[in-house]
Design a protein around this ligand. Structure first.
Ligand code: ATP
Length: 578
């Protein structure tokens, strides 16, 4: 397939307003794709060259793209810049100045390989190499293709194709229905690589998919925790449980393959560079291959003090990681081992996996087992919870001792219990910003008023609205939101958004904010959990508590299913003594 042909599909996907249409168009594209092409196609439609966890970037900023467009079109840089100021989208600029391609029309695999070469260019002379390489690509492509290529390079391909949509489209392309989505999803939870899944599906079918294994170097989608209102409810539902402190740090999945150590975040990004001391500590462990799951946090063992999440996370923004490692040393409390010396341990009961940790971690001071106690008493669980809170921790995570590690699942194998304030919701929720209204009065200064926010419907892979948020932010906060929202504006409602309201401006679902609300109520204005004519759910008195950083993708926001659960649990007595 030529890249030009792919571009016609990208144009169609861009114009799509409904999620079903998105799946249909995508499956039509897949049905025409050969085994050689399916892997690059799968990455390119999400604006990437490789799976999300591989830190490969095209590495071209606006200035360099402008220079490439100018070179390809043989026009002065100034002219291209002027056109950019007028059109506001470098993709449109590239299309406008594009010259008729003369040579052979490049195939998808050819374009992908050339983009990989551009990404690989590093060191002296790399800027020149990237500029010339990209210009030559633009030169070979037609106008529509140039438009999409530029958007890919700048990370601005606004197709809104989520992972679940890709999996569903693959199922449709092969089977004509969505029946294979669960099988594909299970493989995705083990491998986190959509391109690999697509390629295996095309070459080896369902059998090949079932045989895709947990592997060192490919992150496993993390197991997540459910909520219950209080210790009594936990013991009633789970019986005898393992109890661990809930650290408010950063989730880390540590992969060791000999001296090669990589660390993945909760949303599967490679964070190895940020955690140099964890990498060094993992290298020293005796086992040759390992996958460990834990929480990294700044911790002073002498004073037994933990850093707040914000302080631990500030590392991301610091340039001198080495200096940060010296002034803000991190440890990881490891709570699970998922793979050891070539063996996948995820099916084993948690008690057996936890028992191995001591042996795996040895006397490491940096990688230490998260402490664990067991109990079947609600009083004891309450005491442990309050004890942890008084130590400055977030609460506890309670786990079923006989549970396997269920990649990507949020279920009652793990339950989190946090501090609660009576009369309010037990917990904050993470919402995705979907649009905003122009402000009135003081807010006009910031260019936006109330924000329209939503939750994620994992079953249908779409975003449903749940509230409008007008408060909770400082002036600086509103300015930051405005700056971020500016980059995410889209002309029409994105295909994966379901809304009864029409804000003044739609946003590409990307920014996740942590929100505290007083309660969940039935809401006729919102689509969250709405089926047929029955009302959905809404949040009362929402206010923004914080921005979630890069650790949450929009699909990691609170789900409709969680909202329904939280609604049911509302009003139940919170933790005693709170
Ligand atoms: P939250 O916003 O409450 O942290 P989340 O949506 O990020 O939640 P949850 O599944 O709700 O994730 O809560 C589990 C998270 O708690 C894990 O992702 C992990 O980062 C953190 N955590 C801290 N201590 C533990 C522990 N002992 N066991 C498991 N997870 C832990």
């Amino acid at each position: 397939m030529t890249f030009a042909e792919l571009s016609t599909y990208l144009d169609r996907l861009e114009g799509t307003r409904s999620r079903n249409e998105l799946v249909k168009t995508l499956s039509e594209l897949y049905a025409k794709t050969s085994p050689d092409e399916i892997q690059p196609v799968t990455y390119l439609i999400q604006g990437r060259l490789v799976p999300f966890f591989e830190p490969v970037e095209i590495g071209m900023g606006e200035k360099l793209v402008i220079a490439s467009i100018a070179q390809a079109a043989e026009r002065p840089v100034d002219e291209v810049t002027r056109l950019y100021n007028k059109l506001g989208d470098l993709g449109l600029v590239a299309a406008e100045v594009s010259t008729k391609p003369r040579g052979k029309v490049p195939s998808i695999t050819d374009v992908h390989a050339r983009l990989m070469a551009i990404a690989a260019a590093a060191g002296a002379g790399s800027v020149e190499k990237k500029r010339t390489g990209f210009a030559s690509l633009l030169h070979d492509l037609d106008a529509a293709s140039a438009k999409h290529l530029v958007r890919m390079a700048l990370g601005r391909l606004r197709l809104g194709i989520g992972d679940a949509t890709v999996l569903e489209a693959l199922s449709f392309a092969k089977k004509g229905d969505r029946s294979l989505r669960p099988t594909l999803e299970a493989a995705y939870n083990r491998t986190s690589d959509l391109g690999l899944i697509a390629h295996t599906f095309w070459t080896e079918g369902e059998k090949g998919i079932a045989a895709l294994k947990v592997t060192v170097g490919r992150p496993i989608r993390p197991q997540l925790a459910e909520r219950l209102p209080n210790p009594e409810a936990v013991i009633k539902k789970l019986g005898n449980v393992a109890v661990q402190p809930k650290y408010d740090g950063i989730r880390v999945q540590i992969h060791k393959n000999g001296a090669n150590v990589r660390i993945f975040s909760r949303n599967l990004e490679d964070f190895s560079l940020m955690f140099v001391e964890l990498v060094a500590a993992a290298r020293k462990l005796a086992d040759r291959t390992l996958i460990l799951d834990g929480e990294a946090i700044g911790y002073n063992a002498e004073s037994e003090e933990y850093l707040m999440f914000q302080q631990t996370a500030s590392r991301r923004r610091q340039h001198g990681i080495e200096e940060a490692a010296a002034s803000l040393p991190l440890v990881a409390f490891v709570f699970d081992v998922l793979y050891r010396n070539g063996k996948d341990l995820t099916a084993m009961p948690y008690s057996d996996r936890y028992a191995m940790l001591k042996d795996v971690l040895g006397d490491s001071k940096v990688l230490t087992p998260a402490p664990l106690t067991t109990t079947d008493s609600a009083e004891e669980l309450t005491r442990t919870l309050l004890d942890n809170i008084s130590k400055g921790l977030e609460g506890v995570v309670v786990k079923r001792m006989d549970s396997p590690y269920q990649a990507g699942a949020r279920n009652f194998n793990w339950v989190k219990l946090k501090r609660t304030t009576s009369g309010q919701l037990n917990d904050t929720v993470d919402l995705v910003l979907l649009g905003y209204y122009f402000g009135k009065g003081k807010r006009t200064e910031f260019g936006l008023g109330a924000l329209l926010a939503g939750v994620y419907d994992a079953e249908h892979d779409r975003f449903d609205t749940i509230t409008k948020i007008g408060t909770g932010l400082s002036d600086a906060g509103w300015r930051e939101i405005h700056a971020r929202a500016d980059k995410l504006q889209v002309k029409e409602k994105p295909a994966r958004v379901r809304s009864l309201l029409t804000p003044d401006v739609w946003l590409k679902p990307e920014v996740v904010v942590e929100v505290l609300a007083d309660e969940i109520t039935p809401g006729t204005n919102h689509t969250a959990g709405k089926v047929g004519d029955a009302p959905g759910y809404a949040l009362r008195f929402p206010r923004i508590v914080s921005f979630r950083g890069a650790d949450k993708r929009p699909e990691d926001a609170t789900t409709v299913k969680e909202i329904v659960e939280m609604f049911k649990q509302q009003g139940k007595r919170p933790v005693a003594g709170q």
